[in-house]
Design a protein around this ligand. Structure first.
Ligand SMILES: [Ca+2]
Ligand SMILES: [Ca+2]
Length: 334
């Protein structure tokens, strides 16, 4: 059978037959904005990219961390003699990569990412139903909106609401004939970089004012009393919602924690009991919560209400920094 003429049904059969039923594959590569690839990228992303090929949509499985290199994972007969360093590595099955679009404004209600399904053969998806989901750490799935799709390039632009941005797993489910389906899961490895929204920052911030040679690369969040103190100290007024300031990452604060389950009975936001430097945020929050940051205007109002319960001037850490690249503030996924 000609692989190039496979329908969506054939694609799914091809996927399922490319591995033992119920088995788990580990593949990975980085989706570049210009669709260029390299072996180095693929190997760098390998540990965090997973592909799960369940036997039905209701039995989505998560692959374990990769333990082999892409080269080792390639069956001999599927290696492509024409492959170059700029092409995806053929690995015997499809896999998903997603990347947030650049230049998105902090405080947007929705955020966009580009997702690519990569596979070593050209197939048609014209008959398939396609669904995208964001997956939280408990496995709860929230559907994403498909804004555009390129079925020949297997490239989709999808959109999510701000509340699911902290979750960094994305799934695509391809279904055909109402029966067979394949779900591919990926973990977003590139953080969401945001265009700074001045309404969310204290007046004159971020300033990156180095102290003793240490840059200000992590973001503190002020309550109302601290905001007034900042205004009095600097003489620069702050807008109604502005609470953020960049400060040295080794400062010690408590952490903002976000509830990981949408719709849970527990509070959506809380402040950690323990304090620490910014890098301690990954382990600072109790079970069911993770180091977070308000992403929409509505969430900023929620967090302002939380921190303003304390009448004493105080700051807490929120999960944003420009440590990797000066003045590029990014949100790390959970
Ligand atoms: Ca900085
Ligand atoms: Ca500052």
């Amino acid at each position: 059978m000609s692989i190039q003429s496979l329908s969506a049904f054939g694609l799914i059969l091809a996927m399922l037959s490319s591995c033992d039923a119920g088995s788990k594959l580990n593949h990975g590569e980085v989706l570049k904005g210009d669709a260029a690839y390299s072996h180095a990228d693929a190997e760098a992303a390998l540990e965090s990219q997973t592909v799960a090929v369940p036997t039905s949509e209701s039995s989505v499985a998560e692959a374990p961390p990769a333990t082999s290199t892409p080269t080792e994972a390639v069956p001999e007969e599927e290696e492509d003699a024409n492959q170059t360093a700029l092409e995806p590595i053929p690995i015997g099955g499809a896999y998903l990569t997603c990347r947030y679009q650049d230049g998105q404004m902090q405080g947007s209600e929705t955020y966009k990412m580009d997702c690519l399904v990569t596979q070593p053969v050209e197939v048609s998806l014209l008959l398939a139903t396609v669904q995208f989901h964001k997956v939280d750490p408990q496995g709860n799935r929230t559907p994403l909106t498909i804004l555009s799709q390129d079925l020949l390039g297997l490239l989709w632009t999808v959109e999510e609401k701000a509340a699911t941005v902290p979750h960094n797993r994305v799934q695509i489910t391809l279904s055909a004939l109402g029966a067979l389906s394949v779900t591919l899961t990926t973990t977003i490895t590139q953080p969401l970089a945001l265009t700074r929204n001045p309404n969310f920052w204290l007046g004159g911030e971020p300033s990156n004012t180095p102290l003793n040679g240490v840059d200000e690369d992590c973001v503190e969040y002020s309550n109302a009393a601290m905001k007034i103190s900042h205004q009095n100290t600097t003489g620069i007024a702050t807008g109604a919602l502005g609470r953020m300031n960049d400060i040295a990452c080794n400062t010690r604060y408590n952490f903002l924690c976000r509830n990981l389950s949408a719709g849970a009975n527990a509070a959506k936001w809380m402040i950690s009991n323990n304090e620490g430097a910014f890098t301690a945020g990954a382990n600072a929050c109790p079970q069911g919560y993770a180091f977070g940051i308000p992403l929409s205007e509505a969430e900023v109002r929620e967090v302002n209400t939380l921190v303003d319960r304390n009448n004493q001037a105080m700051n807490i850490w929120v999960n944003m920094s420009d440590r990797a690249r000066e003045n590029e503030f990014v949100v790390l996924g959970i």
